[in-house]
Design a protein around this ligand. Structure first.
Ligand SMILES: *Cc1c(COP(=O)(O)O)cnc(C)c1O
Length: 347
């Protein structure tokens, strides 16, 4: 197997599309039927995988992932943001796919080892080293459609990324989808590829028909999240987001924003958001999306039941920018880390 060409040493993560550059090391563990996950204990060269064409994940959706970041700190050291929370969520998703769950300590070790092995590729802030733990069901049996994969491959690789908003934070146009749901009730919380496949049709439709960047899923009038980010309303006093249940992905960024909002003195409300409230909020407040890749992305315009609703003057609002700054300051060690979100690593 030859290694794919990797221009990571010469390419600029600030101009390359997000996620298109890769570090040259990967950590890999294998689980065979009836055994535990086996990790060699160190990173290997990043090479193409060799998979049997009948591999379970390629047919029956037994694949899931995480996305987290290591940041170059202001003092030059390196730290992973909210390692424990991402590792824990991966184990929950694997359990939802009914595959053997890797030990959370192994997951953390493999993430740290992958980050350290690729540390030299970490761009300075606002760039970061994006880490992608991935777990695939590898049972070779196309008859296993109604059974979980009894073997698996778990690996962690890295992608040096620049600022998601190269050229400045740009407010998004969001289409509010009130009929088609993002995913199914049993998969709402799973960080699984299958959910992205399901959200694709509505998202492409909204782009083509409504000029939207993203879709906010609100089937039956219940505002939940977009295809890959959680949704917030904010004004000078309050931060509002949907309360947790199994219908949507529990973002780690979402939880960070809520904690910081409380620290900054906002009233934090986790509850249902109706379409009427969404419409009314635009007149006096701001809205944003949260997720690891873009961190906090302002919403400028909503397309809602035939109306076009603008938040403020369509520019990123002061409260959105304040929360974004508070979060990025902690991530790069420019502000104290009162919640112990950073795990220092070598490199
Ligand atoms: C990953 C993801 C998010 C954001 O989660 P973070 O932990 O904040 O990165 C939101 N929605 C979906 C569907 C996701 O897959």
């Amino acid at each position: 197997m030859t290694s794919p060409a990797s221009p990571v040493d010469t390419a600029d993560p600030f101009t390359a599309p997000f996620g298109s550059l890769f570090g040259d090391k990967i950590t890999i563990a294998r689980m065979e039927a009836g055994e535990g996950y086996r990790y060699s204990g160190s990173a290997e060269p990043m090479e193409n995988l060799s998979l049997h064409p009948a591999t379970h994940a390629l047919h029956y959706g037994s694949s899931c992932f995480e996305g987290l970041k290591a940041f170059r700190q202001n003092d030059g050291s390196l730290a992973i943001f909210r390692l424990e929370d991402h590792a824990l969520r991966l184990t929950k998703t694997v359990a939802q796919l009914y595959m053997a769950v890797p030990d959370i300590e192994l997951v953390k070790t493999m993430i740290i080892d992958a980050a350290e092995a690729n540390a030299s590729h970490t761009p300075d802030a606002p760039g970061s080293l994006y880490l992608r733990p991935t777990l695939l069901g590898t049972q070779v049996n196309i008859g296993a459609a109604a059974t979980p994969s009894n073997s698996a491959l778990f690996y962690v690789f890295a992608s040096p990324v620049g600022d998601y908003f190269a050229g400045g934070v740009r407010p998004l146009t969001i289409y509010v989808e009130t009929e088609t749901p993002r995913t199914t009730p049993q998969f709402g919380r799973a960080k699984a590829g299958a959910n992205y496949a399901m959200a694709l049709g509505p998202t492409l439709d909204a782009k083509a028909t409504h000029g939207a960047d993203q879709v906010l899923f609100a089937s039956g009038g219940d505002v939940t999240e977009t295809g890959a980010a959680n949704f917030f309303l904010v004004d000078n006093d309050r931060v509002v987001t949907r309360e947790l249940d199994d219908s949507f992905l529990h973002g780690v960024t979402r939880s960070s924003v809520l904690a910081l909002a409380a620290d900054l003195g906002y009233q934090v409300e986790e509850r249902h958001i109706s379409l009427d409230e969404l419409r009314a909020w635009a007149g006096r407040g701001e809205a944003f999306l949260s997720g690891t890749a873009a961190i906090i992305a302002p919403v400028g315009t909503l397309r809602l039941e035939g109306d076009t609703v603008a938040f403020g003057d369509g520019q990123p609002g002061p409260n959105t920018l304040k929360l974004r700054q508070a979060l990025t300051d902690i991530q790069i060690g420019a502000a104290p880390d009162p919640h112990n979100w950073l795990t220092p690593i070598e490199g």
